[in-house]
Design a protein around this ligand. Sequence first.
Ligand SMILES: [Zn+2]
Length: 108
Amino acid sequence: MSELKPCPFCGGEAKLHHVGNMHTKKRVSVVECQTFGCFGLARVGALKHDFEWMDEKVIDKWNTRNNEAFKLELIEAIEGAVDSTIWGYDGDCNVMDNIKEAIDEVIK
Ligand SMILES: [Zn+2]
């Protein structure tokens, strides 16, 4: 099994754990950053495969996570939120709410 790289967001330690087991309908391999408050997370779930298979996939997903792409995604979301606030202005200036919502969409 490949080794886990540090968290791409904060550089913290990452840990792999499992949700469910081979007898439950839902099973997921999860890699999570151990830093309190950090949202670094990767999940892979599959019914037709075992944990070994999901572990490989989730580690790969975690290790190839690209900070730059994530940043661009965030910037795009914020731009979209600002745009829709300006062009959809209805007298209620809630640009920060729209930005927070857009960021939540990206990091969920
Ligand atoms: Zn982190």
